[in-house]
Write a protein that binds this ligand. Structure first.
Ligand SMILES: [Zn+2]
Length: 141
């Protein structure tokens, strides 16, 4: 019996800590579905710039320069096509525009308020613990 009670309290405390932490943390910025594609695009542009720079310095042969440039341009075209595809899918409603996990309502556990002093659980917010009488500031929702 004691073990069951102890583990129940532990679970309650963990749930409480998690709920407090989730509340205190700022909401993460919704990540655009294009984010990783944009990053790739920027990386390819940078590579192209570096390539031109090295070519001008005479570090690359004509053939190497043309070949690498073609490869990068082909990769860039692929990324652009991916971005267009994602845009088309959003427009068609196939994928939701913001990150779906942000839109979905979080599954709410029944609220528990735990006295920080004696760890007694209450199902409603109290100013003072009904068990030990200590203030329950931390438990206010
Ligand atoms: Zn108490």
């Amino acid at each position: 019996m004691t073990i069951i009670l102890a583990s129940l309290i532990t679970v309650g405390v963990i749930a409480f800590i998690l709920s407090v932490r989730a509340k205190d943390l700022p909401q993460p910025e919704p990540v655009s579905p294009f984010h990783h594609l944009d990053e790739r695009k920027v990386a390819i542009y940078e590579n192209l710039r570096d390539l031109q720079f090295e070519y001008r310095l005479g570090k690359l042969s004509d053939q190497d320069y043309q070949q690498t440039k073609l490869d990068l341009q082909r990769e860039l075209a692929g990324v652009m096509a991916d971005i267009d595809r994602v845009k088309a899918e959003i427009a068609a409603g196939k994928i939701p525009a913001p990150a779906p996990e942000l839109v979905k309502a979080p599954t709410k556990a029944p609220a528990t308020y735990i006295c920080p002093s004696c760890k007694t659980e209450f199902d409603q917010p109290l100013k003072f613990c009904g068990e030990c009488g200590k203030p329950m500031k931390a438990a206010q929702a």
